[in-house]
Design a protein around this ligand. Structure first.
Ligand SMILES: Cc1cc2nc3c(=O)[nH]c(=O)nc-3n(C[C@H](O)[C@H](O)[C@H](O)COP(=O)(O)OP(=O)(O)OC[C@H]3O[C@@H](n4cnc5c(N)ncnc54)[C@H](O)[C@@H]3O)c2cc1C
Ligand SMILES: O=C(O)[C@@H]1CCCC=N1
Length: 394
């Protein structure tokens, strides 16, 4: 709570005071606000768009959840993240996770694939090695090439993303939190009491958490902080069966990640959900785009994502039409090492930043929210945060 001194010196009429303000009601900001409210903090969650919206990174019906990661710290963090997802399911009374299993495949000896198997083994997470032949038996619709192998993460599955966002925001409100949507933050005045000005009014708080997704750099520049963040426009593609109902690819597909020889980016897929009869398969990458300009057609994209995907579908999922039936857009905010930034502002220690989730942050969000709330309140962090510190960038 506020110290009396802070109240006397910094409150002014018409400026509502909170313990903590969270800027940005995507999945990371919403979970941060939820954890802050859980620790008894009077918390305001601010969002520029009317909720729900589709302009950031957290919209859509589905995201992959998995423990299969080449970095052991993620496999470790995912164990608690699964528990926190289960807690939210219970608190909200909403089913948020469907266990489909996840297959990761690539050329035998692929370094990342080997690290994934090693991590699953070390953390005693049930997994299986699948040969090309075993994959054919289990998933006849997926056609691995000679010399390719797969790893089967039994815990992998689908998160119901839009339901999760709604659930966490509702739980936050139930705990006494406040959400103001359709209210853009236009100015932040740092200090022992931070003043946050929006398109509607001003608020003050001892602590601020910035979780602005692809707008992060725009919010941080006036605060004197330049981070190595890139914003990418992602084409979210859905593919149709050649003979509807004739193959079993839609009915029994697992989630998958594929490292294809000769392609720089991974490709991933999820079972049919959003559009009956269509399956979602995307490139883990895209072309750089300003968040406000993402709807402008880029003439000559550097990453020819749709062509890469069409080639992939022809080679690996021959029961699907090798041209997308539906294409939608979403934004990634990526860092050079694809690890997020979870840290204090270097000059204003009462401002905490969560940014650069690099296209894989949804599954981790219940834990990210917990970590950001720990950073915000000064509680000891539950994890070693070295991979996420700002100082790792020169
Ligand atoms: C196509 C796609 C597929 C993905 N697949 C997976 C997956 O399978 N598994 C997985 O784990 N992750 C996945 N991800 C990544 C995951 O969805 C993101 O890491 C996550 O949604 C990022 O959330 P965020 O809260 O940081 O950003 P956002 O959701 O963009 O939230 C930021 C919010 O801040 C608000 N904001 C910004 N500036 C202001 C301001 N000035 N005032 C007020 N509000 C402001 C924005 O409007 C926005 O609502 C995927 C992402 C995409 C795009
Ligand atoms: O995070 C995930 O699991 C997905 C699939 C791999 C690429 C990005 N998102």
């Amino acid at each position: 709570m506020f110290s009396e001194g802070a109240r006397k010196h910094y409150s002014f009429p018409g400026c509502t005071m909170y313990d903590c303000i969270v800027l940005g009601a995507g999945i990371q900001g919403s979970f941060t606000a939820y954890h802050l409210a859980k620790c008894g903090k009077k918390t305001l969650l601010l969002e520029q768009f009317p909720l729900p919206h589709t302009r950031g990174s957290s919209h859509g019906q589905t995201r992959i959840i998995r423990k299969a990661y080449p970095e052991d710290f993620y496999t470790n963090m995912m164990q608690e993240s699964y528990q926190l997802w289960a807690e939210l399911e219970k608190d909200s009374g909403t089913k948020l996770y469907r266990n489909t299993g996840l297959v990761v495949w690539g050329p035998a000896g692929n370094h990342e694939l080997e690290k994934i198997c090693k991590n699953l083994e070390n953390y005693q997470i049930p997994w299986e090695h699948l040969s090309q032949e075993a994959m054919k038996q289990k998933y006849p619709g997926i056609s691995l090439k000679p010399g390719e192998v797969a790893c089967w993460d039994t815990s992998g599955g689908v998160l119901y993303a839009d339901k999760a966002l709604k659930a966490v925001q509702e739980c936050f409100l139930r705990m006494g939190g406040t959400i103001h949507d359709n209210e853009k933050v236009t100015h932040i005045e740092p200090g022992p009491m931070i003043t946050v000005t929006t398109t509607t009014t001003s608020y003050s708080a001892e602590k601020l958490v910035i979780t602005a997704g692809p707008w992060a750099q725009k919010v941080l520049t006036p605060l004197g902080l330049q981070l190595p963040l890139k914003t990418l426009r992602i084409n979210v593609c859905y593919w149709k069966e050649k003979n509807p109902g004739r193959s079993d690819i839609l009915a029994s597909s697992p989630c998958f990640l594929a490292a294809v020889s000769g392609e720089e980016h991974e490709i991933y897929g999820l079972p049919s959900q959003e559009y009956p009869g269509l399956i979602k398969i995307c490139l883990h990458g895209g072309n750089e785009a300003e968040v406000e300009e993402r709807d402008l057609v880029v003439e000559d994209p550097k990453v020819k994502d749709i062509s890469i995907l069409c080639r992939f579908i022809s080679n690996y999922l021959p029961d699907l039409h090798p041209a997308p039936a539906v294409v939608e857009q979403c934004m990634y905010t990526v860092t050079p090492d694809q690890n997020a930034i979870l840290d204090h502002h270097p000059l204003h220690k009462n401002i905490t930043i969560g940014a650069g989730f690099s296209g894989h942050g949804f599954k981790l969000s219940p834990l990210i929210g917990k970590i950001l709330s720990e950073l915000c309140t000064g509680a000891p962090p539950s994890y070693d945060l070295k991979p996420f510190q700002i100082t790792r960038f020169k």
